[in-house]
Design a protein around this ligand. Structure first.
Ligand code: IMP
Length: 197
């Protein structure tokens, strides 16, 4: 199976391909660069699912084969689900440090039992003109301060309670066995396998 992943990020492509293969789906993934797609995609949906589909639809204007796209973020209960789909730009400058700082400031004086949150990831696909979308989540707690050396997004603040560690303190393999992205890709691989039958 061959598909375009609607991202310019080669690292993400490798990670998604590895996870899909772990779930029994062998896909040769191309990036937007590989198909020379340079248009800006306006992600103006109101949900992770909508934004993932918007990316697929934009690419489908120029590419006929299978297309996959994801959208993800963190939803904090005490903040009514913020930052949600705005996770990447929460503090306005697209910087992980500023985003983490803003989140901690908003949760100042909020006790541990009310710091519940979840990472959410939606994966959408267009296959033979049909649209599909799945969602994966991972529950956790926003720690009172950053912990761990991994420095992607909100990883240092997101404590996965069964391990007692933040995502930034877990190995890549540990994170990949429980993460929202892994859960979404597991559901996605199952869905694609039913289409192959
Ligand atoms: P994207 O949709 O994968 O680009 O993710 C949007 C934003 O959500 C990122 O910039 C991060 O701030 C946050 N995010 C999504 N997934 C993760 C994760 O696994 N760890 C930390 N932050 C994440």
């Amino acid at each position: 199976m061959k598909a375009v992943l609607a991202t310019k990020n080669k690292h993400k492509t490798g990670e998604v391909a590895a996870l899909l293969s772990r779930f029994g789906l062998d896909v040769e993934l191309l990036t937007l660069k590989d198909i020379d797609f340079n248009d800006e995609i306006i992600e103006d949906g109101e949900t992770f699912e909508e934004n993932a589909l918007i990316k697929c639809r934009a690419v489908s204007q120029k590419y006929n084969g299978m297309i996959i796209a994801d959208d993800s973020g963190i939803c904090v209960d005490a903040l009514g689900g913020e930052p949600g789909i705005y996770s990447a730009r929460y503090a306005g400058d697209g910087n992980d440090d500023s985003n983490n700082k803003k989140l901690l400031e908003k949760l100042i004086n909020v006790p541990r039992e009310k710091r519940t949150a979840r990472f959410v990831c939606a994966f959408a696909a267009i296959v033979d003109g049909n649209e599909y979308v799945v969602r994966g989540e991972c529950e956790g707690i926003i720690a009172p301060q950053k912990r761990g050396s991994g420095d992607f997004g909100y990883d240092p603040l997101f404590e996965y309670v069964p391990s007692g560690k933040t995502f930034a303190e877990m190995t890549e393999d540990e994170k990949n066995s429980v993460s929202h992205r892994a859960n979404a890709l597991k559901a996605f691989a199952e869905l694609m396998k039913t289409l192959e039958k």
